[in-house]
Design a protein around this ligand. Sequence first.
Ligand SMILES: NC(=O)c1ccc[n+]([C@@H]2O[C@H](COP(=O)([O-])OP(=O)(O)OC[C@H]3O[C@@H](n4cnc5c(N)ncnc54)[C@H](OP(=O)(O)O)[C@@H]3O)[C@@H](O)[C@H]2O)c1
Length: 338
Amino acid sequence: MIAPIYAASPARYDSMSYRRCGKSGIQLPLLSLGLWHNFGSRKPFEDVKDMACHAFDHGICHFDLANNYGPEYGTAEENFGRLMDTVFRPYRDELLISSKAGYDMWPGPYGNWGSRKYLMASLDQSLKRMRLDYVDIFYSHRFDPATPIEETMQALVDIVRQGKALYVGISRYPKEEAAKAYEYLAGHDVPCLLYQDRYNILDRVPQDNGQVDLAYGKGVGFISFSPLQQGLLTGRYLDGIPSDSRMARNTSLKRETLTPELLDTLRSLNDIAARRGQSLAQMSLSWLLSDPRVTSVIIGASSVQQIDDNLKSLDNRYFSDEELNEIDSLSLNLNFAL
Ligand SMILES: NC(=O)c1ccc[n+]([C@@H]2O[C@H](COP(=O)([O-])OP(=O)(O)OC[C@H]3O[C@@H](n4cnc5c(N)ncnc54)[C@H](OP(=O)(O)O)[C@@H]3O)[C@@H](O)[C@H]2O)c1
């Protein structure tokens, strides 16, 4: 008999905590894993597999994807399909897998934004790439000001009715449109499961503009993406720009972001983290998770070691008022462009 290539750790649920996602039956792990960078065709598949299996072995059972994650577009989903076939298929019912459509994916007028035509076709393509019959969550990736919101929302409703997604979510919608989306979806018996937005120590827009409260009040979960501001809120850039870092690639995280002012702030935040016995990455995740309105945070990672470092954020989620005030006084709220 051929031994299975991977058997998930029997202790996988022992150290992770799970939080109720709004008013739903779903609980999310406090840390989820996102496959935006580092899981596409430019990364060796063995590395992709090691990171995904390590995450699952530690209770991270929510994997966040989108049609265009890679790089190259589509290749994070293709690699996830390989993961399904090589390691994860026996665990399908333990996994919460999301995908999205809303940004640029293929040329022409039907490969972007929020039309029914795009969302339906894109999800069919995603399912093929990921070798899945259904996703657990399908998101409208961004609000489309040119498409009636009813068309986008009805597409989400119909996707659930077709059995291609169990739940739906929205990502980075303006507040007023998010409120309309929640109302439409609830009115069609497909309540919005999750609102996804960037929220971290350096970027508090969803807190300041009321999106976090709106989701909470409507019984919708809130999931934070780029909780480490793409790596800025870690030790990665305190002593220069490592050649294997996201900033060195200068794509979504630009070198010019790292101003002397920001570097000073990061060093001061790092000092607070050290006093708490944490790495800067751990403190940044703990800070988000100390807010009970945040259901989960979606971390990115380029190595197993980073996932391990981040998992330790669960150990110390208490902040004194002095620590919170000190962090607040340092934070720049830089309102980063993506
Ligand atoms: N809905 C949306 O519009 C949207 C937009 C963006 C992201 N997302 C989702 O959110 C997920 C996470 O986004 P993100 O990758 O920007 O998250 P992030 O957690 O803010 O940044 C991840 C990067 O930080 C660095 N890092 C992580 N842990 C570290 C540690 N312990 N020590 C040192 N460096 C560490 C790594 O950078 P290096 O690669 O340099 O090592 C890693 O790639 C995405 O994968 C995606 O699923 C959604």
